[in-house]
Write a protein that binds this ligand. Structure first.
Ligand SMILES: Nc1ncnc2c1ncn2[C@@H]1O[C@H](COP(=O)(O)OP(=O)(O)OP(=O)(O)O)[C@@H](O)[C@H]1O
Length: 262
C-alpha cells in the first residue's frame, strides 16, 4: 500500500450535513471522514452539535441536508434498525441500562435484535429457544470477559459502582460484534483512575478487535491520548479536523475550546 490520501480506507463519510430544530441550526453543513479501524473524536463546547451528530448517524435524527456514506453506500438518512444491522452500535451518555437486571442480562440485551425465536418459544422452553439463549449467553460471556467484568457477571447493575456500570454499557455495545461503536461521553463523571481504565478498554477494542470508534469526550487529555483524528465542532460548524497534535496547536481551537474549562 502506498502512503498518502489515496490509501485511506474510509468507513464513514459525512458530507455537508445540516440539522435544524425549529429555526435553530444545530449542525451546519458539517463534513468529516472516519478511517476504518481508527478512533475519531468529536469535540467542542457544550451545545456544539456533537450528540446531535451521533443521533444522525444512528438514525434518531433526520438531517435536512447532506449525505452519509457508510461502507460504500450513500444515505440521505439513517434508520436505527438498519444502522444496527449494518454493524453500528452505540454506547449511551446516560448508559440506559436495566438497573434491576444483572450484568449478564444487560449484556445479553445487546443481542436482542439478533433473536430469531419468539417469546412464546422461550416460554414453552422449546429446544430452538434454549439453544439461542445458550449461544447468546456464551457470546455475552466473551464480552464480559474481554472487559474484565467477570466478578460482576451475576450482580444487579444498579448496585455497581458508576465506572463499572459504564463498562457494562460498553459490553452491551460490544456483544453484537459491531464494526463501529459510537460513544457519547463514555467517561463523563469518572475519576482519573476510572478514566484510565476505560481508556485502556477503548484502546483494546480498537486495536485488538479492529473496531472503528467515534468518541465524544470533554476530557482533552483523554481525547489527545486516544484519538487518531480529532474533529472540532463549534456552533454546528467544523472548526478544525486533523491529527490530535495538530488540532491542539490550532489557534482557533485554542481560543474557542481548549483554552476554556468544560
Ligand atoms: N431534540 C432537540 N430539540 C431541540 N433542540 C435540540 C435537540 N437536541 C439538541 N438540540 C439543540 O441542538 C444544539 C446542539 O446540541 P447537542 O446536544 O448536539 O450538543 P453537544 O455538542 O452534544 O453538547 P453537550 O456537550 O452539552 O452534550 C443545542 O443548541 C441543543 O439545544
Amino acid at each position: 500500500m502506498t502512503a498518502g490520501a489515496s490509501s485511506k480506507d474510509i468507513l464513514l463519510a459525512v458530507s455537508h450535513v445540516s440539522l435544524s430544530f425549529g429555526g435553530a441550526k444545530a449542525i451546519n453543513s458539517f463534513s468529516f471522514e472516519v478511517e476504518r479501524r481508527s478512533i475519531c473524536s468529536l469535540i467542542g463546547p457544550n451545545g456544539a452539535g456533537k450528540s446531535s451528530m451521533l443521533n444522525i448517524l444512528n438514525g434518531v435524527y433526520v438531517p435536512q441536508e447532506g449525505l452519509i456514506t457508510y461502507n460504500g453506500t450513500t444515505f440521505e438518512r439513517m434508520e436505527p434498525l438498519k444502522v444496527a444491522a449494518m454493524g453500528v452500535a452505540r454506547m449511551f451518555q446516560n448508559n440506559a441500562l436495566f438497573g434491576k437486571m444483572t450484568v449478564l442480562e444487560n449484556v445479553m440485551a445487546g443481542l436482542s435484535r439478533k433473536a430469531k425465536t419468539t417469546v412464546i418459544e422461550h416460554a414453552l422452553g422449546l429446544p430452538r429457544a434454549r439453544q439461542e439463549s445458550a449461544s447468546f449467553e456464551l457470546k455475552s460471556d466473551q464480552a464480559i470477559d474481554f472487559l474484565d467484568l467477570n466478578p460482576y457477571r451475576d450482580l444487579v447493575v444498579e448496585a455497581l459502582p458508576y465506572g463499572i456500570q459504564k463498562r457494562v454499557g460498553l459490553a452491551r455495545a460490544l456483544v453484537s460484534d459491531p464494526e463501529m461503536i459510537l460513544m457519547d461521553e463514555p467517561m463523563a463523571g469518572m475519576n482519573k483512575e476510572e478514566k484510565q481504565e476505560m481508556s485502556g478498554f477503548i484502546l483494546d477494542i480498537n486495536k485488538k478487535l479492529g473496531i472503528t470508534i467515534i468518541l465524544i469526550e470533554h476530557d482533552i487529555s483523554v481525547v489527545m491520548s486516544l484519538s487518531d483524528r480529532v474533529v472540532v465542532l463549534d456552533y454546528g460548524r467544523k472548526l478544525a479536523d486533523g491529527r490530535p497534535e495538530d488540532v491542539a496547536k490550532n489557534p482557533e481551537v485554542i481560543s474557542a475550546y481548549l483554552g476554556t474549562v468544560h
